[in-house]
Ligand binder design. Structure first.
Ligand code: H79
Length: 480
């Protein structure tokens, strides 16, 4: 029997005999209780299923850099409605932060008219910046669909003067540019649907839907069968999806998640599914769920602090919000921060899905484009140390930066993010070094090898203000 299968069976078997116990104790011994750190959440023995691994290998593992896009009715409000609601970090939460009723939100939705939207221009910008795939909100928690849906009229074609199918146009434009294309779909939460469960106490059903009868009983399965599952069916049937990104699986259980997973697999067998289809605890990975999805989404705007056993994706953003925000508190990351976050994610064994929030008029946010552009310029020179690489082959992450490696283990890339005052970097565990060069100019880096200790003598100043990469060749290939 293959090793992968065996490990999976052990993991699944480990959960079975424990199923009758309360939720807190359901996880096998090695699983953390409600943990938050990467050490607690990821056990190194976890393995994705062979099917999921094969799907990841098709393109996802090599891609590393995706563009996340949060675009919708909320983009026009920029984080504030009638002077209210700008206290939340996320502008896409405006319906909740400003406590808007469904009627109020519908009024805004009915005027949504992003006349400058140009899918080809977006796709070209992403492509030029080294981005490999795009994931856009097809429906966020507000329930409004950016695609032509026969399931619900609450969509951009039927409900707005714009009348164009943004998801269709962007799917085609991305594929024309050779980019992979995916959609975000909030499958459990839907503030417009009284039957859907709400994430937290601030999402009050009676505020959004004041006319509901007192004896209204929300029925999540009715919501799933009437709206979210049929809309997912529309998406996987009609939009050439390479990936589907679920979020906030409030009250999702095995049976419900299985419906979504089966629907995706039925129409798009190679379409990747992220782990937010179904959750337990705070990002804790439960072996029994692994067959339902293909890779693990870590927390929003979370950067890994160590290399990880399962292939992950970090849903990061160029700013503190996902939707476009100009009102109230918000900030953008500097390009230096963004490249550091990106490099650490890749070196941990993952992709960075870096969000931009386009403006209500349909144009990309210029600051997001500027940050992507700087990343793209850095990648033009240093892309070899990112695309198609594997995680840090050594046990530890060096304090001055991070490491990635070629798949054959014969090349290790030293990402020097903080220029050491000592003027050199020392790495233990890298024997048989045959050559070292700076990617930025191809010049030879001075090194001394003593046993398995490598010491590189650096020039006085960094050769790149973001990340100076040293490419190191080794004679005996080194494993992950
Ligand atoms: O789509 C983005 C977020 O809107 C979504 N996930 C990413 C990809 C998300 N949904 N829920 N959450 C994230 C968790 C909610 C967090 C918060 Fe809040 C919303 C923090 C601040 C605003 C809820 C409302 C908790 C405090 C206020």
């Amino acid at each position: 029997m293959k090793k992968l299968n065996l490990i999976l069976i052990i993991l699944v078997a480990g959960t079975l005999h424990l199923q009758a116990k309360p939720a807190e104790e359901e996880a096998p011994d090695f699983m953390p209780k409600k943990g938050t750190s990467f050490e607690e959440r990821f056990d190194d023995r976890l393995q994705q299923t062979p099917d999921s691994l094969a799907r990841q290998e098709l393109w996802f593992r090599d891609a590393k850099f995706g563009a996340f896009i949060h675009f919708g009715v909320y983009s026009t409000l920029e984080g504030e409605y009638k002077g209210r609601g700008n206290g939340f970090r996320y502008s896409e939460w405006i319906q909740i932060s400003a406590q808007m009723s469904a009627n109020e939100y519908h009024e805004v939705a009915a005027t949504f008219n992003p006349v400058d939207f140009d899918a080809d221009a977006w796709a070209k910008t992403f492509k030029d910046c080294g981005i490999q795939y795009v994931v856009i909100t097809s429906k966020h928690h507000d329930g409004f669909a950016l695609f032509d849906s026969a399931v619900s009229d609450y969509n951009i074609v039927d409900y707005t003067p714009f009348k164009r199918d943004i998801i269709k146009e962007l799917s085609e434009a991305c594929h024309k540019q050779g980019l992979m294309f995916g959609v975000y779909y909030s499958h459990a939460q839907d503030w417009d649907e009284p039957d859907a469960p709400y994430l937290n106490k601030r999402c009050k059903r009676e505020v959004i839907h004041p006319d509901l009868p007192d004896d209204f009983e929300p029925d999540m399965d009715r919501y799933i069968m009437n709206k979210s599952l049929p809309q997912v069916e529309e998406l996987v049937k009609n939009y050439d999806l390479d990936l589907i990104w679920f979020d906030t699986p409030v009250d999702m259980n095995m049976e419900r998640a299985q419906l979504f997973s089966d629907m995706v697999r039925k129409y798009r067998p190679n379409c990747l599914i992220n782990s937010r289809l179904i959750h337990r605890g705070k990002g804790v990975i439960v072996p029994e769920y692994l067959p339902l999805y293909d890779y693990v989404s870590i927390g929003d705007k979370e950067v890994p602090t160590r290399k990880l056993p399962l292939y992950v994706e970090s849903p990061d953003s160029v700013s503190s919000s996902f939707g476009y925000k100009t009102k109230g508190k918000h900030y953008y990351h500097t390009p230096k921060e963004m490249i550091e976050r990106f490099v650490h994610t890749v070196c941990a064994g993952g992709n960075a899905l870096i969000n931009n929030g386009p403006m209500g008029n349909g144009q990309l946010d210029p600051e997001a484009v500027r940050i992507y552009g700087i990343m793209g310029e850095w990648l033009n020179v240093n892309g070899e140390s990112i695309y198609g690489t594997v995680r840090n082959p050594l046990d530890e992450r060096p304090e001055w930066g991070d490491l990635s490696a070629s798949k054959d283990g014969k090349t290790v890339y030293l990402h020097i993010l903080e220029w050491p005052e000592s003027g050199n970097v020392v790495l233990e565990g890298l024997p048989t070094v045959t050559a070292a060069t700076y990617l930025v100019n191809g010049e030879v880096a001075e090194f001394v090898q003593a046993g398995d200790v490598l010491e590189i003598n650096l020039p006085a100043e960094p050769l790149n203000e973001y990340d100076t990469v040293v490419k190191v060749n080794v004679a005996n290939s080194i494993g992950e």
